[in-house]
Write a protein that binds this ligand. Structure first.
Ligand code: FPP
Length: 238
């Protein structure tokens, strides 16, 4: 089976999972968070090197204060727990997204974990939090502009490879992008990085997206013919 290098997951359907069961939306987020515990370990054990999770978009701030506050508290607990598990496994933890208007408590944890795991080499776990891809590209342009104005960067040498270094994290392009919860859209997730990603959409709501469901996505990925705009001559001649 072909194993992708970088997998991204748009974690969706926690709220609907809870409502279907007559529970509060927050219980769906808790179930999603517990599901992530097992799933992340399974994914790294499969040999995937980079895992990006879209856990909170810039637009998610439009939700009720109660839901946003619940999620922020859950993130703090989860990051502390993930730090314990993944630092032992030599996995680097990084975060992608704008800092404002995140609270100091969460920013401190983000900074602490990023710093403590920065030399880990076996894999990367990237939490996209307060993330939006348009904002990421705009922010990269602003950073580049400053570098050019300060004579630290020559505008003539800027190409895709250099541009990428100014995104929130310099990660490899996505190979496989999964969205749970039945919606067929990208919702502003990693637009730059998904230029040649293979997409996998499933109706399964995130709390039910377990290792068996992940294997289905991998199998589907394995059967794709990735040509990156070229032609697979070997396959054509068969
Ligand atoms: C998308 O909508 C999902 C979120 C806004 C939150 C995702 C959060 C988690 C999986 C919880 C834990 C994650 C960490 C890192 C602690 P939704 O799931 O509310 O979906 P719906 O309303 O469309 O069903």
């Amino acid at each position: 089976m072909k194993i992708p290098n970088h997998v991204g997951i748009i974690v969706d359907g926690n709220g609907r999972w809870a409502v279907k069961k007559g529970k509060k939306r927050s219980e769906g987020h808790l179930a999603g968070s517990k599901n992530l515990d097992n799933l992340c370990q399974y994914i790294f054990d499969k040999g995937i090197k980079v895992l990006s999770l879209y856990v909170f978009s810039t637009e998610n701030f439009k939700r009720s204060d109660e839901e946003v506050n619940y999620l922020m508290d859950l993130f703090v607990k989860k990051f502390k727990n993930d730090f314990k598990i993944f630092s032992k496994k030599d996995i680097r933890i990084v975060f992608s997204g704008r800092r404002e208007p995140l609270k100091k408590e969460i920013l401190d944890i983000i900074d602490d974990i990023t710093c403590k795991t920065k030399d880990n080499k076996s894999g990367i776990l990237n939490f996209c939090l307060n993330y939006g891809s348009h904002a990421e590209i705009v922010d990269a342009c602003k950073k580049i502009n400053l570098e050019v104005i300060n004579n630290n960067l020559n505008i003539d040498i800027i190409d895709e490879k250099i541009f990428k270094k100014y995104l929130y994290n310099d990660l490899p392009d996505l190979d496989l992008l999964i969205r749970t919860g039945g919606e067929l859209r990208l919702s502003n997730f990693m637009l730059w990085q998904s230029a040649y990603a293979e997409f996998y959409f499933t109706d399964v709501l995130f709390p039910d997206f377990n290792s068996d469901e992940f294997d289905k996505a991998l199998l589907s990925y394995s059967n794709r013919d990735r040509r990156f705009g070229g032609i697979n001559y070997e396959k054509k001649n068969n």
